[in-house]
Design a binder for this molecule. Structure first.
Ligand code: OAD
Length: 244
């Protein structure tokens, strides 16, 4: 049986009246494409991988080959999957409201592949190669188990934001501005545990936005509306209700 989703009329009214919708997405949006989430007990990435080893600068410097082998595995996994109805629906939603800002914690670029424009990559891009010392994108040998920067010789690292690192300044500024300005804030497929992304909803609420969560297992209880559905059901449901 196809999963269906009840969308309250007051939620739709808020979206219909919205001048600016800010959407924050997390790993749950890509789950139905076959990309593992992080914190789910059974098959989340952090259930059997150590984030301190794989997602910190210290872990990387202690064993760059191990960290690179993990990120290359993730690159291959993501390259083989397709955007799902949630990614496609969010790209469509942008056409149905006057303004939509999409902030994602995902590094998989599936939103861009689904057609979303100007995506704010809060935690970076899995496919970028960055010089560890200079912080800029470089070209490097994809077969080298621990590639080095062609100009300065420092290690090259994946272009993702690791624990303890700052969010890219532009991404932070744009996301905070959008959260402050929006009249609807939509959180999709995130456990809302990692800051500063998890704090965006509070900024939106303080500025009067209606807040909505889409998550089959919602964590925080302080959203105005919670749709306990998979993103691949709820987002197309929202889009079709708004278009009719
Ligand atoms: P998490 O793994 O913490 O949370 C994923 C959320 O998606 C959970 O709340 C699930 O209930 C929900 N979920 C699962 N399937 C879903 C579906 N089909 N539709 C909608 N929701 C679904 O992932 P994030 O919140 O993205 O950072 O994690 C935030 C950050 O922590 C990540 O960007 C990553 C991670 O460690 C870094 O690596 C720095």
């Amino acid at each position: 049986m196809t999963e269906s989703c009840h969308i309250p009329e007051t939620l739709l009214a808020a979206l219909r009246d919205a001048r600016h919708v800010c959407v924050l997405t997390g790993a749950g949006v890509s789950a139905e494409s076959g990309v593992p989430t992080f914190r789910e007990a059974q098959d989340g990435l952090w259930a059997d991988h150590d984030p301190l080893q794989l997602a910190t600068p210290e872990g990387f410097l202690s064993d760059p080959e191990l960290v690179w082998s993990w990120y290359r595995w993730r690159r291959e996994l993501v390259a083989e999957v397709e955007p799902n109805p949630a990614h496609l629906g969010l790209a469509e939603l942008a056409e149905l409201v006057p303004r939509l800002t999409l902030v994602t914690q995902n590094v998989d670029r599936l939103h861009q592949r689904a057609g979303s424009k100007d995506v704010i990559e809060f935690h970076g891009n899995l496919f970028a190669d960055i010089c560890f010392d200079e912080g800029r994108v470089v070209e490097c040998d994809a077969d080298d188990p621990a590639p080095t920067c062609p100009s300065c010789g420092a290690l090259v690292r994946p272009g993702v934001v690791w624990f303890g690192e700052a969010i890219p300044e532009d991404a932070l500024d744009f996301a905070f501005a959008a959260a402050s300005d929006c009249d609807v804030f939509l959180s999709v497929g995130t456990s809302s545990l990692v800051y500063p992304a998890a704090g965006l909803v509070d900024i939106a609420r303080q500025n009067g936005a209606v807040t909505i969560e889409i998550n089959p297992e919602p964590g925080r209880s302080n959203f105005d509306f919670v749709l306990e559905n998979k993103a691949g059901t709820a987002i197309p449901g929202l889009v079709s209700s708004l278009s009719s």
